[in-house]
Design a protein around this ligand. Sequence first.
Ligand code: M6R
Length: 613
Amino acid sequence: MCGIVGGIANANIAPLLLEGLKRLEYRGYDSSGLIVLSKNNKLLRQRAIGKVCNLENKLKTNKIEGKIGLAHTRWATHGEPSDKNAHPHISKNSISVVHNGIIENYVSLKKSQIQQGYQFSSETDTEVIAHAIDFFTLSSNSLLEAVQKTLKTLKGSYGLGVISSNHPNKLIAARKGSPLLIGIGDNGNYIASDQMALLSVTKKFIFLEEEDIVELDLKKITIYNSEGTIVERPIKISNLMEGKFDLGTYDHFMQKEIFEQPQAIRDTLESRITKDRVVISAFGYKAKEDFQKINQVQIVACGSSYHAALVAKYWLEDIAKISCNVEVASEYRYRRPIILDKTLFVAISQSGETADILEALKIAKKINKKIITLCISNSAESSITRISDLVFLTNAGPEVGVASTKAFTTQLVGLALLTCALGVIKKSIDKSQEKNIVNGLKRLPGLIDETLLQENQIQKLSTKFIDKNSALFLGRGAMYAIAMEGALKLKEISYIHAEAFPAGELKHGPIALIDNNMPVIAVAPNDELLSKLKSNLQEVKSRGSQMIVFEDKDSKVMPMKGMEIIPITSNLGRITAPIIFTIPLQLLSYHVALIKGTDIDKPRNLAKSVTVE
Ligand code: M6R
């Protein structure tokens, strides 16, 4: 989604801003822009549609220099992707603004600003912020005051950076519902929506709290809360490693992240299990006490994180014997759900910044103050970790590819640990079952390594999708959620329409779709539903479909003409099977996308972290 980088330094800041934008590219965007204040206090701006390299090319031919500036990658919400809609926006040649989020009352603000004589040069909601700051400048003693007055008039969400030619040594930034941080460098002070943008200049960060406003100059950082009181926020040293953002020997981040899964899972398990026990305090020091108080679980999430939640529903009910509901956050936030006392409310989000999930969590807390909230996130300093009672970090390391891979499998590991912890506390699993689960989790890195060895075979199969427009994914039980995840991966990066069905549902309608042009991909672990799945596969095959079946070596699906069977591994259990069967589906969609020549790490229209509704 949109990205912000800005700063004030003792040398030309334009190269640093451009580098910051390149580091934000992974978030997804469709235009970019950069502005600086020149030596003689003129705002100099360049904007470009498409990739940041287009902006870079423009900057090569039209060099701009200045010690204070702002830059932005825009993911279009209001107004099409175009040069004129790209940020930064300017009012009256003096105020410039970059903005993440959505201003919900921009239509009425725009109407009154037009009456005041302001001219609009874009279709964005953001431009009203620039004009409002200009308007309040007349009645304010400082740029800070003008921004404070402006923010009081805005409805919606913002991460904001502001500079002004009338205040050449000040940069103002603010956040509400959209992440923003300050980077403290040796030669300047900076702002960004994501640490990654600034890692080349600093590892020292201050994470702004909701509704904070900050005034930066070269030497000083002053933070105000929403009441205008000066507040202190802690400085944190980032442990993100620069090297984590290099491709190394891989062609794509998605490929790298698929192959990083054994290590990501080791890191997620590190200090969360002992020889044969789950460490319950991995969920927070009060987790043991809190888990004792709950007797049902509600999970909200989006996309892949939602699929992880669906798997967890099977685990929590089958293994821990705790009732569990799962819902997509974008729907949940607009219902009036009944939330019973003694509910553990779990929000799963890789980024920890997905607007729908944050809102669902806040609404749940409003509806029932007694619930205990837990987030499962891959981002330690994210908004979700700040508003949850309990936090479980997946420790997968930065995930750059838009299509979630290692974040998904490590979420499943976190949810397996949660199932085990709740099962132990509720006494629905005994010590030997706990030991079995822990041993299964310890086997995962090795099992994934073994599964990754199937890559060549899966690559060959991917050629079957060259001329296909649609595909069906089948699974049963928890594997239905894995089929959904496989379908989402294929859609996201190869742009092939894909749908998942619980195999038993086919004959209730979707089987009408089956013909020779509709490849069907099935996942067949050796579990209690295998014989049912085998019958469903027969039904599909006898209607002429091309099939690919990923099976447990012991599943022994009967080979048929037009059916490719790829044995994965064997001896998988209820916890290990969904995680392991995810791997071939990731590899399949990766190789199909490779053949199709799509932008695998930054697929069209998608953003890594969806920070607007
Ligand atoms: O950061 P989150 O886990 O909250 O993101 C949720 C979804 O936006 C995300 O899983 C999305 O569906 C991925 N692109 C899936 O590959």
